[in-house]
Design a protein around this ligand. Structure first.
Ligand SMILES: [Zn+2]
Length: 224
């Protein structure tokens, strides 16, 4: 799809992204991508990269050292759970990914699971396996690793900022809310299985997340 690729190429690359290897289509290959038979498979996360990023405080996307601010690219449901399956990045790198990555940037892009090497498709924890529709960038100064049966999860520290993207541009409150609303039944079912305390907790988490959504549009401005 030449128009799509052209659109991605129009997005200005942060300087650290420019240092990444380039695939045969001309796209930068993020640090976390696994190389299989000499070719990057964008659907497979490298376990080696995961260990290196956590151990050496490196950016998940560009692989270069992180500063004090840690930016997590996440779906709206992760903003409610305050848990992510991927380690943090530079804010500029996360922003670039939110705009350029086909899975993050376009709500209707489906993940291709065909031909995935065995055992590489699954994320740690109980991932909500759907395209989130809007991407949040949760910037914080801390996180904690939670060990679960099938890997590690990242519990997010309090946010310094949270911004939202959809289809390569800033997301509206309605878009983020729509994405939360469509995913809530999944969280609710999980909480129901755990009992009333889990449901109370879920309601609290939703209430906590609401102020982090984009603000309502200012209608007085358009009427003036
Ligand atoms: Zn980076």
């Amino acid at each position: 799809m030449p128009t799509l690729n052209a659109a991605i190429k129009d997005i200005e690359m942060p300087w650290r992204i420019k240092d990444l290897p380039i695939d045969e289509r001309g796209f930068p290959v993020p640090h976390f991508v696994e190389w299989i038979d000499g070719k990057p498979d964008f659907r497979v996360m490298s376990k080696r990269a995961m260990v290196a990023c956590v151990k050496h405080h490196l950016c998940w996307i560009c692989g270069q050292p992180l500063g004090r601010h840690l930016a997590f690219a996440l779906g709206p449901m992760c903003a409610i759970n305050r848990v992510n399956s991927e380690p943090p990045s530079h804010l500029e790198c996360a922003r670039y990914a939110a705009r350029a990555c086909p899975f993050l940037a376009r709500p209707h892009a489906k993940r291709r699971e065909v031909g995935l090497p065995e055992g590489t498709g699954a994320q740690a924890g109980i991932p909500i396996d759907r395209n989130p529709g809007a991407v949040g960038i949760w910037t914080t100064r801390s996180y904690r690793i939670i060990r679960v049966d099938n890997g590690d999860l990242f519990e997010l520290g309090n946010p310094v900022t949270v911004e939202w993207w959809a289809q390569g541009r800033p997301a509206t409150r309605a878009e983020v809310w729509q994405s939360i609303e469509s995913g809530l039944p999944i969280l609710r079912d999980m909480a129901l299985q755990e009992g009333p305390k889990a449901i109370d907790e879920l309601h609290q988490r939703i209430a906590q997340a609401m102020p982090l959504l984009p603000p309502e549009p200012d209608l007085t401005e358009t009427n003036a």
